[in-house]
Design a protein around this ligand. Sequence first.
Ligand code: AMP
Length: 414
Amino acid sequence: MASKFQAPRGTFDILPEAARARRRLERAAAEVFGRAGYEPIATPAFEDTDLFERGVGKSTDIVRKEMFTFEDKGGRSLTLRPEGTASVCRAYLEHGMQKLAQPVKLHYLGPFFRHERPQAGRYRQFHQLGVECIGTDSPLADAEVIMLLADLLGELGVPGVELRLGSLGSFEARRAYLEDLKAHLHAHEGDLSRDVRERIDINPLRAFDADDEGTRGVMASAPTIVERLEGEDAEHFAAVRALLDGAGVAYVIDPTLVRGLDYYTRTIFSFVCDRLGAQSEIGGGGRYDGLIEQLGGAPTPAVGFAAGIERILLALDEEVAGEGRDAFVAVTEPDQRQRAMALAVQLRRAGLSAELDLAGRSLKSQLKHANRIGARRVLILEADGSAQLREMDSGEQRAVDPGNLVDEMTGGEA
Ligand code: AMP
């Protein structure tokens, strides 16, 4: 009988097949980030609500409507973390990491929670991997974190990725620009969506993200900050671009790029993937030079990104589904099972993934099962001691030397 319980809306179970693909991804990320000297960090799944209100920003969608907030038994307001940067910065301050050699380079991975309307690629509990480089304002750090995500996506073989790059300038430059942007929006109030109109003075940048036609029309002629960058902001942005150019990283400048969190300054970037439909952003981030001060620390420049693990997996769809086993050991007669088990163990010790039938199936259903678990090759042990090797892709089958099965399997691997 089916259970009356289901995973809550916007959440999902990670079943073994999917867990394997995830583990591969997580290992690749730890490997790519580790090679660049980024160390792992883990923070709690919930924090004081105030951390996110200050760190993410009260005017953001996340804080206004997407947080899972609750009171604990002591009456404290706690919130399931909607993102990772504020928590990592809190930990940086709490553990005195400003006394270490700077920058402090960290990476993390784990579940995050946002009360959003669920759809493909958008969940209420999702997983992010992220990187933070805290304690330097050098454009080298911006370029390095961008390249870490580019390299990870490249190494995983994520298809159809585009890097979009923008800059918001320093806080001061942004403040002056925001006044001009608000003036532009007020001048065209009648054409804006209600949501945008109501937030002109709270968060005018979000108007660049709107998808209604009226607002889009108004934004087509809006001033952009990228075209107005000057002085050190302009130099910083030019330096980041030159570093990416020098490293052969392709990008497009997107003057309308904005991000859903308040804390960004200067560089912002976004990796989008054309295989993902409406939720096309795989990951993004930028520089957040004001955040640590906002959380009560000394002014500390920093840059980082977060990428959605489910989005990466969705973009990789075929590769994920194509996993499976190196080998399945089948028997024609039940008395061959002990031999099958010994052989499967030997294959595993040789580093292959190998399974055998544990359920007393007929040969026909063993082959069916091998197909179901994605085995690439099946070894069939015959009652007379001989063996056949079947390639599951082509269906081609040939006799192999039964005394040499492990070599046959390991040597034949591409
Ligand atoms: P953000 O923290 O908003 O900058 O998001 C960083 C990345 O996390 C996005 O590019 C997505 O890949 C992923 N992400 C954000 N929100 C969700 C969500 N509700 N469900 C799944 N992935 C998400």
